[in-house]
Design a protein around this ligand. Structure first.
Ligand code: 13P
Ligand code: SF4
Length: 338
């Protein structure tokens, strides 16, 4: 339990105060959203970190890889993307002719913010042999400067498939990059960026909760620091967390990722217990950007058909190539595995 009196000053922006909707308002809004969806020929895609009431009206809930695969194949005329801005942008890049809506256009990402395109370009200019692998948590401009995109669900495969003779530059998450280096033994230059929420999980926090649940496997996102990853029984993307917990015979799990994941896990694995790893001095295991989307904003954006994601044709064409390369490598890897 977090003692609010002990919260350090200057962290207010990390707090998300959500007042639950009264049940009749929640039902009415959910029904209207589903009706609007039919009228608009829309698909609602939601990330695993979205609030439960958004996950519950979505056509597809998943990780960044699953969401981009869904965006690539949808026949719907409008994509309503409940996630953060770079995810909706990716959907637009894959569907330039479609309307892509995002309930809150200010839903950013600390990783995206850490890597402005002009700084990446300046670094790339220092070594013409760089092969740039960009984690999908980056802007369209950074994607346009990259050779290939990856997500936490396919980063190992993407790095393994990268040309042996090139110097690998991995942006913008140094924690994911360091984990991928351990897995692949490929040396990479790492951009110094991190997820503000995942770095709040600590070794001490895990050890403390482990005393209460000594037999529960620790499942951690690769955006966590090495101090946490070294304690994990499984390190994976949010979607693979669902697979791991379904397959594992364990009755309880410690989860080191954004708190929205717990709703998805409870739904997919009834009868099992999911314990969020506590963070020390804040509630920032709730991503303040993901939590900007609410059911009301989702409803309003569908009603007003805005805010929309708009990108120039030139940017779309350039940013599309590394995303398509990622999707190709991912589906080849799946075909080879099956
Ligand atoms: P996943 O692709 O694993 O869902 O991760 C997205 C993300 O933003 C993690 O913070
Ligand atoms: Fe970005 Fe972290 Fe939020 Fe994921 S959890 S969207 S990496 S700030």
């Amino acid at each position: 339990m977090i003692d609010l009196a002990e919260v350090q000053p200057g962290r207010e922006s990390d707090f998300v105060t959500r007042i639950p909707l009264p049940p009749d308002r929640l039902d009415a809004l959910s029904r209207e959203i589903l009706q609007l969806k039919e009228e608009m020929n829309a698909i609602i895609l939601a990330h695993n970190y979205q609030v439960p009431e958004i996950q519950d009206v979505a056509d597809f809930v998943g990780d960044s890889l699953g969401l981009s695969q869904q965006a690539a194949k949808t026949k719907a005329e409008t994509i309503v993307f409940c996630g953060v801005h770079f995810m909706a942008e990716t959907a637009k890049i894959l569907n330039p002719g479609k309307t892509v809506l995002l309930p809150d256009k200010d839903a950013g990402c600390s990783l995206e913010a850490s890597c402005p395109a002009h700084k990446l370009k300046a670094l790339q200019d220092t070594n013409p042999n760089f092969y740039t692998i960009a984690y999908i948590n980056c802007s369209a401009e950074v994607k346009a400067l990259s050779d290939v995109i990856c997500t936490s669900g396919n980063a190992v495969k993407i790095v393994q498939a990268s040309p042996k003779e090139r110097d690998l530059l991995f942006v913008p998450d140094e924690n994911l990059g360091a984990w991928v280096m351990e897995q692949t033994r490929r040396k990479m230059t790492l951009w110094q960026g991190s997820c503000y929420a995942h770095v709040e999980f600590t070794h001490a926090g895990v050890m403390r909760i482990r005393r209460q649940f000594p037999d529960a496997p620790l499942v951690a996102h690769p955006e966590c620091t090495k101090a946490v990853r070294m304690l994990a029984d499984e390190i994976c993307s949010t979607e693979k967390m669902v697979d791991f917990c379904k397959r594992s015979p364990a009755p309880a799990f410690l989860i080191a990722t954004e708190a929205g994941m717990i709703h998805r896990l409870n739904k997919e694995c009834p009868g099992k217990r999911f314990v969020p790893v506590p963070v020390e001095n804040c509630r920032c295991n709730e991503c303040k950007f993901m939590k900007m989307n609410t059911l009301e904003k989702l409803h309003d954006c569908m009603l007003s058909r805005s805010p929309r994601v708009e990108l120039s044709q030139a940017l779309i064409e350039r940013a599309r190539l590394p995303i398509e390369r990622m999707l190709r490598i991912s589906s080849q890897a799946l075909a080879n595995a099956g």
